[in-house]
Design a protein around this ligand. Sequence first.
Ligand code: FES
Length: 72
Amino acid sequence: MACGTGICMTCVIPVVGGDGITRMVRSCVDGPVFRGEQVRFDDVGSIPFDALGAPGWKGAAGRGVEQDRDIA
Ligand code: FES
């Protein structure tokens, strides 16, 4: 981790939330501890096409998940 305060964005990793949606989270402030099965280790270093906010992501219509930050 570079800054450890949530500013530099160098620690961002894809994590699957309880709703099944992948979010790019800052491991320094949103973690640093995650359940191993929730981290998409094969996609670390990239933005998975199905991650919330990824280019072309269509969202889950009507659920308002764009504002949902619960990753547990
Ligand atoms: S280490 Fe800088 S945002 Fe996480």
